[in-house]
Design a protein around this ligand. Sequence first.
Ligand SMILES: [Fe+2]
Length: 247
Amino acid sequence: MARSPDSVLSCVDMNGTELADGVLRYAFRQLLGNNGFVHVVDVPESFDHVAFLKEMGEFQPTPTGTVVGDVKPERGMDDVNHGQNRGALTPHTEGYEFQGTPPRYLALWCVTPPAGQGGETTIFDGHRILAEFTEEERSHLRDTVYRWGSTEGLARHGVRPTAEHPVLEERDGEVILRFSTNYLAVPEGDDVARRLVDRGNELYAERHIAVRYRRRDLLVWDNWRMLHSRNAFEDPERHLKRVQIAA
Ligand SMILES: [Fe+2]
């Protein structure tokens, strides 16, 4: 069952007056740190999403070099697991298939909300999956190097990255969680990794948060902590913008 977002920030106060820049940023940082994500609503037309997000860090290009990109259905991609179609995705963290550090934050904002059913971005806190694992099991996920593949969608565009790294990795005193339902190669007999993927999917299915967009809404999450996915949709006009922000 989907839950409603429990980390939401309005750009206007109770009088309908836009929040001062400093107030908005303060509340945003606080919610992001506490919950791992923020859904920013009541976004005025004058709001500059790109400028706001640049304050959080350097933008990181995607595998196809896009820095500020579009998420909208692309013709001929409906048959594969890929962001640029109308299908559902499976839970993952971004950037697991690349050797380097995954983006710290991901941001999506809405240009055109989908009419009709579906099209929600869904997220779930990876810490709630890890809470089911003992310290010893977490050490296993830190000390074991796994192979990670990439989606057929990227392959069709000539990008076929694979990487080798553990599920959990420490960086500057913080823990990075990598997760992929389909593209983490679980070795025969590795019950801990098997359970991570299986329980991760079960918990995700039961308790994920679904974000339904209005025009200009902004969703930002901590990609070292949160899993994300998407519900299928019908409306070919659904259009989001997307950036990934480095550590
Ligand atoms: Fe993704």
